[in-house]
Write a protein that binds this ligand. Sequence first.
Ligand code: SF4
Length: 756
Amino acid sequence: MTGGVPMVAGARPFQQFVLKVHSRCDLACDHCYVYRHADQSWRHQPRAMTPQTVRTTASRIAEHAEAHRLHRVRVVLHGGEPLLAGRDRLRLVARELRSALSGVAELDLRMQTNGLRLDEAWCALLVEERIVTGISLDGDRISNDRHRVRTDGSGSYDDVVRAVRLLGAPEHRPVFAGLLCTVDVANDPAAVYRALVQLRPPRIDFLLPHATWDRPPHRPHGPTDYADWLITIFDIWNSEGCPVPIRMFDSIRASAAGRAASTEVLGLGSPDLVVVETNGAIEQADWLKTVGQGAAATGYHVATDSFDVAAAHPGFLARATGVGGMSGQCRRCRVVTVCGGGLYGHRYRTVNGFDNPSVYCADLLRLITHVRRVDGPRRHHRLAETDFETLAFGGGDADVVGRLADAQISLRRSLLAHLHKAGALTGEAWRSLLQEDAAVVDAVLAQPYIRAWAVQCCEALAAGRELPDTGRLAEMALAAAIGSKRRLDLTVPLRSGAVQLPGLGRMTVSDKGVLAAGELPLTVEDGRMRGFERAITFEPLRQVTADGISVGLEDTDPYRDCHTWPSAHRLSEDEFRRWQELFAEAWDILRRDHQRYAQDLAIGLRSITPLAPVPGRRVSDTSRHAFGAVAIALPELPEDLALLLIHEFQHAKLGALLDMYDLVAPAHDRLYQVAWRPGPRSVESALQGAYAHLAVADVWRRRKGGEAAEQARYWQAAAVAALDDIVAGGGLTVLGLRFADGMRTAAGGDPVLERW
Ligand code: SF4
């Protein structure tokens, strides 16, 4: 084996590995790119991947992950039909991968199947080995059986739907990834959509049929057949409140909002995917098989070549060049940052290779333009039903937390707009913020304590009092100008002799004249503050960092004092170092033992506010008005910090959900006794506590030895008892009951709704 060869310039490490564990299929779909397109190399592949090839591949992946310090790798078990490999072989694959990656990187193990062989025993294996599985289904019976047929011509619809229902059952649902539907414009889009949605998958993925400029897609009705078909679905889906995430539409929205697309079909993210064939050959993505015999081949093999060597193959290098590597038409296109030129394989033409827009260009342009027009500049925030379910189960989906965070930014914008309309926020600072790019303003609004200040202002306004601190607006405008590198001259009122820039830090003034004037004239230019350098002490917002996360340690924001416990003073360098050490150790624990919660924290946690220590107590808190922040007094042990981070961020997520939906019955004033606090609590507080303590029980369940099992039992029973009490007390709306239903099911109890 070769290894340790440095990557050539321009090469990127792979983060997704597709393993063809079996090369044959028990369906004979006529749109399949493996068996029905130009490349027929599958005929020379062994049927199943041998244990030796599995072991070698696993160690190659671990070698690659270690060399590039990847904290997470995705491995997708594919085929052919992967279930044909049999349970023993797939168990072996999962265990070899996990063992090779142990202590190196987190394994995100996935599988895509036609579902025909899926039964209880398979589902148990998927749960046991944490193989998150997607099922291919093309819609209703007529649509699905148009192509997805057995060799004898019989349709597969009934068996696939049975498999979807089985994998969607509560005991298997944590490993259900969603449905993959290949578009056929001959099918009725509304019927396809209805058939997929009524199965309540966690996600739907639409796949455009594989095509090139040499083999364009079939367009019986016109040049934008595929866009028209997808737009019909988008409009229904959007009008119904987006009941289930649809990856293609969500990706358009994400790219339009400046976030990464979640599909290779759209967006500018460079492909980081490599295929290992059943015989161990290293290949490029499968859709290249539409181009011609051997188009996906690299000539490398896991037995002799590392993935670093393969990454230098011209095929991978050519595709890692972003906008600069696209055709002239794409580079000039107004939607290129969203479209990304479409799937790489769809650009192929014999005469000039991949130097073309996508063969679906007209469709992509029309679809993206339509979604943007419907959404307008800023869309109303909603969660899909499945997002709701994910949160009820405790979390574990970065996209869902991203949507909660986006909604919080919109809420903060609305609060500012309300204050402006009331005449409370005006002047140069306001005008300056209006001129900034939306993304720059969003970055400032994402600072957790902005809302705490805005809420205080709104309360003062409602009570007819003077606004507490209009200087905050000037501080926000300066922070935005630093982010955008725009020039800005502003005079900012001092607050206790200081100016605090949200997300950046605190400037304390020592100049007597300025202190006497009570305000500080400041200039921002080229992203830097100018003037008064000698008269100012700057205390930056310091970050605690670990692999895959960086979080501000917030010890200067004046609005951080909105917690139950007093915040700590500005930390000394020694205190900061202790935080850094403990945070890094806690993050290791979170990543290793509590991946679901770690994913949520990595996306949603922006800052930790150190609290003043309380002798003999572990104290922590979350404010409804500071999503993104948790407040914690530094505990002794990293295990305790990990637990407090999970506990508090559960409160933050539920708080954000409660901002969007009414889960608690209005005017319900009954109080509830709970095990974790003395004295009765409001229904919202009791629900919050139950949600957070189910996560606490989950954490203890994953710990070993000592009191762990007993603690897990205690907190689970306490949380479930509180939940039952709230439900019995009529404290929840119908939506709240649904949420409680998910919590109860996640806790392994009887669903609530069945009893109501
Ligand atoms: S819409 Fe067409 S031209 Fe524009 S980026 Fe996509 S493929 Fe290229």
